[in-house]
Design a protein around this ligand. Structure first.
Ligand SMILES: [Zn+2]
Length: 185
């Protein structure tokens, strides 16, 4: 993969955590296959001096998004558990800016932009364009890319760097993203 990173770009890596990979509590069949793709992208981003953001789902126990509380998901990504750790082969550079989300008891956050302060950090860094990858396509990746586009960032989603839970939902997500002006690489 040869990406054309430019000054003013940022890379946003969404939720590449054990629970979303095979063996995890909310596993995507091929979730771990994004890891080498994203590692290659992060190496290029570092070389081009492009800032890297990595979000993680970071839920307290008994979170409102879990089925035990009437939420849509099985328990996953509980703070300080192995499932919430980034995939062990994900080579996040030490200068990666971390975003924790879903840490409030009463609400969930799918988007890395949702009240995390990410927009202000992008403004601070003079970012104009963002590259989005990670898990899962039709949930947190879609929400993040839509928020980026709606905040007037040129937004590129790298298809090889994401995986979906459900194929039909993934197709719908791609249409929504395209309609919002997101482009695909
Ligand atoms: Zn979650």
């Amino acid at each position: 993969m040869n990406l054309t990173f430019e000054q003013g770009d940022a890379l946003i890596v969404v939720d590449v955590q054990n629970d979303f990979c095979p063996g995890g509590k909310l596993a995507l069949d091929e979730g771990d296959e994004v890891v080498p793709v994203i590692n290659a992208m992060m190496a290029q981003a570092r070389q081009a001096d492009i800032p890297i953001f990595a979000s993680r789902d970071w839920h307290p126990r008994h979170h409102v998004s879990f089925d035990e509380r009437g939420g849509p998901w099985p328990e996953h990504c509980v703070q300080d558990t192995e499932g919430a750790e980034f995939h062990p082969e994900l080579s996040l550079p030490s200068e990666t800016r971390l975003i924790s989300k879903g840490a409030r008891f009463d609400v969930d956050q799918y988007s890395a932009f949702d009240k995390t302060g990410l927009t202000s950090e992008l403004v601070h860094l003079d970012i104009r364009r963002v590259w989005v990858v990670g898990l899962a396509l039709e949930v947190c990746v879609k929400a993040t890319a839509l928020d980026a586009a709606n905040n007037n960032y040129e937004t590129i989603l790298v298809k090889d760097g994401t995986r979906f839970i459900d194929k039909a939902d993934a197709e719908k997500a791609y249409s929504e993203l395209e309609a919002a002006g997101v482009t695909f690489n």
